[in-house]
Design a protein around this ligand. Sequence first.
Ligand code: BGC
Length: 738
Amino acid sequence: MNLTDWTITEKEFKKENTELNGSRYIIGNGYMGYRGTFEEFGKQELVALNMAGLFDRNGDSWRESVNAPNPLYTKVFAGDSEVSLLECAPSEHERSLDIRHGLHLRKTVFKIDGTLITITANRFLSIENEHIIGLDYTVSADKPVNIIVKTGIDGDVWDINGPHFVIKDKKSEEQINSLSCETIENNIKLVVYEFIDTNSGQYDNSEKVKLLNVFNTVVTPEKPFHFKKLAGVYWGDEVQNSEEMFKESIKCGYDKILRKHNAAWKNIWDKSDVVIDGDEEAQRALRYSLYQLISVAPRGNGKCGIPARGLSGQVYKGASFWDTEMFMQPFFSFTDPQVSRKLADYRINTIAGAKRKAREYGFDGAFYAWESQETGDDACTLFNITDVFTKRPIRTYFRDKQIHVSADMVYGLWEYCNISDQYQILADGGLDLIYQCVRFFYSYAYTKLNKRSYEFLDVVGPDEYHERVNNNAYTNKMIERSAEILLSALTKVKLNYPKYYKEFTEKNDIEWIEDFKNNLYVTSPDENGIIEQFDGYMGLEDISLEDIKKRVIDPNEYWGCGQGIATTTRILKQADVIMMLNVFRKKYSKKILEANWNFYEPYTEHGSSLSACAYAIVAANIGNTEWAYKYFMRTATVDLTGNSRQYLGTLYIGGTHPAANGGSWNTAIFGFAGVSYDDDIIDISPHLPENWKSMSFKLAWKGTELSVHINGNDVKIKAIGVKKNINITVYGKKYDLG
Ligand code: BGC
């Protein structure tokens, strides 16, 4: 694989990389994602047109996101031979992903009976019209050869726990083919259309799950066979008018749709790119991470979150985790507030599920799903991992005890408000979300009669290897922050939306909040400055990572749960105290950050791709740029190298890693550029890696676009479209922005 500034390229085809490349070369537009597979591939090669926000359950197996029928399916035959990467080794092959425009391009040359046959194909998922997919496909040859091209919609799709739909209808009218289906569980309609701008083919409906156009033609060196295909995918309510919508797109035409798509990508990059001078490798990895984030962002009508594996398939059930609010949303809040608002709206719209979950466990308020799908009910099962030794499901407590998820929701929503200076969302359900989450914590809290403090017992923090612990440092601090946010949100609403405030406070008791916030137990640093991860953590076995690995029997065995090898030791799965210190990095002294970084780093396995960026950001903030850089590169290259865990027990967890992608941006901006902020002030105190000559980026801060250029310690900030007086400091010194 070769990566230039804006493209990644492979020049040979290796079948064994099919799964990894499916994620690496993915394209997406937030509505759907299309894995980086080839047109002649089928479900064995994990082709997937993964839909955001559409879920289904078949029988007793896990509910998961749905893969739609594949409208790009195309096979070429010459005589008895299939001209395909699956059937013969190519004499030349090049495939690339243009991350500037979200285009997947391939050119493969095959030698069949002495004739060189070349397949060239370009495809895109329109980021401007989220329903539309384009494929530009050419077969050429160095000698005249008779070929048959079959291209159409393949309904035989890859599923982990499927099948997820039944095919209801296959149609071909006015050159438009369509395949209509319905999901199994809730009978949700989904339709896939395709239109090929030619009338020389013949329609073939003979295969049960495929709908094909067949072209039988002679290709000569002068006359290649070429077609452009537009496909349209619609589900739910949009199916009703989908035919007209698709016809509109046909009228607009392939070329214009592509031009609009390119222009939309350009607009997005204009506000979100980060330019690094002096380090090409870091530049590429960071851009690639941003590409991944942009491709999964909900933009159109969709009402959904971002799944933990993006739109690369059904891993983790297509569900959204705390990953979104804590790792990805900062990028959107600072570069594309509309996307950030959509993410917050998704949580507001799914609060009913969170309320049901709180009630299920006997609490008040809203306990958000650990794994959230379209209703907000928790898709996480009680036995979420299977033991590799016994093949029996193991009880995990992610669903019941990872209560910090509700605090993460509050945090993400308030960050959106504060960064964008948009508070309308509070009156549109945002205040209720914040209130219900804090209310949940209030009912979860434990108080001893002789001790006026609120503690949080029996929880799971970010480090999942230690379940059912008391007073996890991250959890308690985030709950304290949520209570603070609730008070700030109430003040805002009282001032800006007095009528709503009155209604809200008549319905909801707010007397208890102040006391709850003031008396919440938050772990203090000990005499060495160390914050104990949870009560009793220091008493656990002190073992090195190197030594614990000697106890591993099976490479995929799970280190947590009841009998996992890490549970009785200090070894942690992922940043926990360091995640807390990353979020609150300005609230603790450099000495505390440093002491904890040095203490916890050797114990951290980084068994989750969410871990590295927290270590990177804190390292940058204590001036340890060398380690910050190492961890930055680890988070920024995760989807390029494929160096991430693929199995949890027997559970496959491969795919893309948008939280780590977000972590790359967070490290670049909050780590190296040293951006920090509170409600009124933004500070930039850079600590660039040595080889970075300069770094430039834009931030949308309170409606004003700040264009930042950092050169060593020299910081230039240009404010465009100033919306209100901006308080900005550089290395803590105040400057006036014109
Ligand atoms: C991590 C969680 C994360 C989830 C989805 C797990 O392995 O421990 O923190 O939310 O993956 O990315």
